[in-house]
Structures are given as C-alpha cells and as structure tokens.
Design a protein around this ligand. Sequence first.
Ligand code: AMP
Length: 420
Amino acid sequence: MLAKVPKGTNDILPEQIDCWYYLENKTREVLQNYGYREIRTPAFEHTELFVRGIGETTDIVQKEMFTFQDRKGRSLTLRPEGTAPVVRAYLEHNLGRENPLSKLFYIGSMFRCEKPQAGRYRQFNQFGAEAIGSPLPVIDAEIIAAALSIYKQLGLTDLKLMLNSVGCRKCRPQYLKALKDYFGEKREMLCVDCRQRYEQNPLRILDCKKEKCQLVIKKCPSIFEYLCEDCANHFNTLRNCLDNIGITYQINPLLVRGLDYYTKTAFEIVAEELGAQNAVGGGGRYDYLVEELGGKSTPAVGFAAGMERILETMLKQGIRIPVWDGIRVFIAVTSQEQVVTALSIANQIREKGISAEMDFLGKSLKSQMRTANKLQVPYVLILGSEELKENKVTIKDMVNGVQEEISLNDILAYLKKAYF
Ligand code: AMP
C-alpha cells in the first residue's frame, strides 16, 4: 500500500512553491520596512510554556496540542502558535535589555490537533509579528497597519478588520461576572462545550460558532459597558490612530479570540470568500504574558496570519503570482562520451547565476531536444565530437530556431549578453 500524509497535513509541491516564496518574500519585505526583525524558534517547546502562556481553559491547550514525551520522560509539545515561543526566546536571550521595544517577526509551521476541514489543518503555516515593550495604543495601530500592508502588497482586496477590546485584570472580572449572571439563566440553551466554558471561562462562550449558542450570545452584555477608564482610553486612542491613517474597521464586541493571553485590543482580519474559516489573521495586546512566563511586567502586542488561508484567498481573488523563470539553458550531448564536458559546462553556467540543465538518463539527441522543449528553455547548447575537437559548440536559439557555432570560451559571454 502506498504511504500517505497524516490527516490534516499537506505537501507543498514544486508547482505550488512559487506562491509560497512570493508570500514569504513579501512578508519579510513589509515587516522589515516596519522595523521588525525575523526570529526563528524551535518547532517544539516544553509543554509547560503553552499551558502557562496560552491558558489552561483554551481549546488549544485542552484538546489541540500534539504533546509527546522525550526519552527522559519530559513533556514536549509541537508549537501550536508562535507568540509564547517568541516571548520565551525574548526572555531567555534578554532581548529587552538592548531594546526597550523589541520588534520581532516569524514565519513557520504550527501544529494543532483540530478536526481537519477546508482552511483548518493540523500542520499549517503562520507568519506573525510581536512588538514587546510598549503600552501605547499607537503600536497597536502600527502592527495592524503592518498586517494589512502585507495583504495589500499581495494584492488582496475586500478584507475586513474586526476590532474589540477584551479589557484587563482590573475590568475583566466585572465583565466575566456579568456574563456568568447572563449565561447562568440560559445554561440549558448552550452546547455541552459552552456549559463547560461557563464553569471555566465564560468569555470563551463568545467564540462559539454553534447556531443555538449564537442565539444566546447575540444578546449578552457588551464588554464596552465594563471597560475601565484605562482600557476605554486605550481603545479610543487606537480608534483615533486607525482613523487618522485611513484604516477602516468594524467594532465587534463578541470578538474574543482563542487564546487567553489577550488584554485590551483584540482584532481579526477576515476574507468573506473563505466561508466558515474566514479569518486570515488576528492578534491583539497581551500585557501579562511576559510576566506570566517569568519576566518582569512588560506590555506587548502582536498578530499572526494563516498562510494557507491567504494563498486560498489570493487564488479565489484571481491574483497572479510571478512564477520562476525556469531553466534557461539545456546542454545536449550527441554521444555519452561528452557528458562530463556537459556537466562541466553546466556548472560553469550555473556559477554565473544562470540556470542550466542536462540529460541524466542517457537519452538520444532527439529525446534531449524534446526535454529541452518541454522545459521551454530559450537556449540549447549542442555538444558534437567534431566541434569539441575545435573547442566549439552549437548554440540554438529555441525561440527563432537559429543555430550558430560559438567557441567554448565565448559561451558565458554569449549567455550573459542574453540575460543580463
Ligand atoms: P490564531 O493563532 O488562532 O490567532 O490564528 C491566527 C491565524 O492562523 C488565523 O486567523 C488563521 O488564518 C490561521 N489558523 C489558525 N488555525 C489554523 C488551522 N488549524 N489551519 C489553518 N490556519 C489556521
């Protein structure tokens, strides 16, 4: 039986790779222009990091982590998200000492044991950015602008920014109490999961997508009636910043996001055409996470975006992606005695930064020309024994079919003239 990829995972095939390069390159370009520097953390961490960081009552920690033991019995987990690892690295390497504001970004695979469906995978890729050190709403606005700028640079249109505040330690308890009072009377109308959420963290109920829960959620108390002065001011200043830089948004008091560490600002970016899993990115402020992970109290804000969903949206919106030029030169031999010479010529061409290919299957010249045609190479070099004795080769322009003899020493100059 043929081996298959595990459920919820995907191969990225050579024919799809240009999209990924394009997306990764644009991400790096935009985030660096915004002053963020790339950081790469391991694919797995100590389980404790995520339990403490993401929160014990979240779906991620309760049922979605890929956790395993190493040979010494230590519990490790494939990272389900990028923020806790970045904050761990920030603390471990004392990045805050040199920079009171650390602006970091990452690109990498995340792992969540979710029920696979369109736009929801068990291994998926995210890019994300974190600004650690500033309490000011202007940095929330900047990070939202950075995220939106990536989507814009990719050519995406019609994305919606949803905005909310989820309060802080001071005001959230009052809101949680109000939610408990409200949902307490309607507990039997909620799904089994939400009844458990009611006991553990009623804020999580707001995230439930089930229809019967939605009916109850729709009329629940709004966070905006409970925000403390500090949180309300933060939210209003953020709105003012966004208004001033021309970013439009929709306020959604039900937006709570799936991770416990958010405080104050929470946002999500959605692409309507994606259907049920329509969030292409999201983020928010997490002022307690650094402290929670053992550092001194440090405010921070960040976002993460789902790369598969972005590519899917680009496809749906018909965005054209620049593709690889392909092989530029094919070196064909008329006899197998010439393969070493062909390899040597191919390598010299490649070293000059021009892609070159040759035959490795012992094929006839006719068949090699067919391969060259299939590769759509603009030039084929044909090595013939008689010509080689005179240090010459034939170069064929595949576009107009013109063939000419040139000296071996002139190949690079000829190709450079054609390509640079
Ligand atoms: P989160 O880390 O949950 O805030 O998610 C940030 C973004 O990652 C989401 O807006 C999605 O675009 C993407 N994402 C989250 N979970 C998955 C998943 N299981 N499969 C694919 N993309 C995902």
